[in-house]
Design a binder for this molecule. Structure first.
Ligand SMILES: NC(=O)c1ccc[n+]([C@@H]2O[C@H](COP(=O)([O-])OP(=O)(O)OC[C@H]3O[C@@H](n4cnc5c(N)ncnc54)[C@H](OP(=O)(O)O)[C@@H]3O)[C@@H](O)[C@H]2O)c1
Length: 272
């Protein structure tokens, strides 16, 4: 990697892709702020990478106190010049029965938290000679898919945010970019999603492969990384001829419904 002096802030560092990214990027960083909720995983990662290099911030990304701690840690380490908004969750459910609190959390973690963190770190990013913000999106940000209405909405929102901010900062030294991994073997796909993927024959990348792709993407100049030609064609087809994926996905509904978790029970209002 030509640019050897990243001062990194990475969210979701305790997750599958995040841990692989931290390991892959460590040789090119002069400092790393690793953010997540799982202290044990983050401590182990720090021990592996070299404690002198790494500051960890443990907290929920939807809480202002966590964002404050990230901003302070980055500032103490000389400011950030590479922000990777990678933390994310999904919630595979039929939309009608999805828990409203889970839906709200999905949008807060996947969309609002990266927006607010980026906003808070922009003074530091703009202070750097050159800097990058990389938002980790999903193919589902382009392709609406049953059982993932909230996730698709959050990732479509993240894509819109990325493109708008990229254009807003076009005359600054801050590049804002969008990275889309292919389906990857991580805890986000555990349980029913894993079973559905297996039945549908969805191939999964390993986190280390995704980390390598992201390192190459950082070096390049494209605004967006799509995982492969097949995915790029699917996005184009969905845009130009949406009736075709409509029909194909409708055909997948029985398998999707088979794996969908049972509806969330909500308290019924008491009748008088
Ligand atoms: N895996 C895939 O197939 C796939 C495909 C396309 C896009 N992506 C995207 O890739 C990114 C990384 O996902 P992954 O596959 O590595 O999933 P993962 O292993 O489940 O990791 C998710 C990470 O997000 C963090 N996180 C979740 N909720 C949080 C919250 N409220 N506050 C702070 N951190 C929170 C988790 O922290 P804790 O562990 O501490 O809870 C964890 O570090 C996500 O944005 C995901 O949407 C993944």
């Amino acid at each position: 990697m030509a640019h050897m002096k990243w001062r990194l802030v990475l969210t979701g560092a305790s997750g599958g892709i995040g841990q692989a990214l931290a390991v892959a990027l460590a040789p090119y960083c002069t400092s790393m702020v690793l953010v997540g909720r799982n202290r044990g995983v983050l401590e182990t990662l720090r021990a592996r990478l070299g404690p002198h290099l790494v500051r960890i911030v443990v907290g929920d990304a939807t809480q202002a106190a966590t964002l404050d701690a990230v901003v302070a840690a980055a500032n103490e380490l000389g400011g950030v010049n590479l922000l990777i908004n990678n933390a994310g969750i999904n919630d595979f459910h039929a939309f009608q029965s999805q828990d409203p609190a889970a839906l709200r959390n999905l949008l807060e973690v996947n969309l609002l938290a990266p927006m607010l963190l980026t906003q808070r770190l922009l003074p530091q990013l703009r202070n750097a000679t050159s800097a990058q913000v990389i938002n980790v999106g999903s193919l589902f940000g382009y392709l609406g898919y049953p059982g993932f209405a909230g996730y698709c909405a959050s990732k479509a929102g993240l894509r819109g945010f990325t493109q708008a901010l990229r254009r807003e900062l076009a005359d600054t030294g801050v590049e804002v970019r969008h990275f889309i991994p292919r389906a990857t073997r991580t805890p986000i796909n555990a349980g029913p999603v894993e079973a559905m993927n297996a039945e549908m024959g969805v191939a999964l990348d390993e986190p280390a492969d995704v980390a390598r792709q992201l390192c190459a993407f950082i070096e390049g100049s494209a605004w967006e990384h799509k995982p492969g030609l097949k995915e790029a064609l699917l996005v184009l087809l969905n845009h130009l001829l949406p009736g075709l994926p409509d029909r194909a996905i409708r055909g997948q509904l029985p398998v999707i419904r088979k794996h969908m978790p049972a509806p969330v029970r909500r308290a019924q209002p008491r009748s008088s």
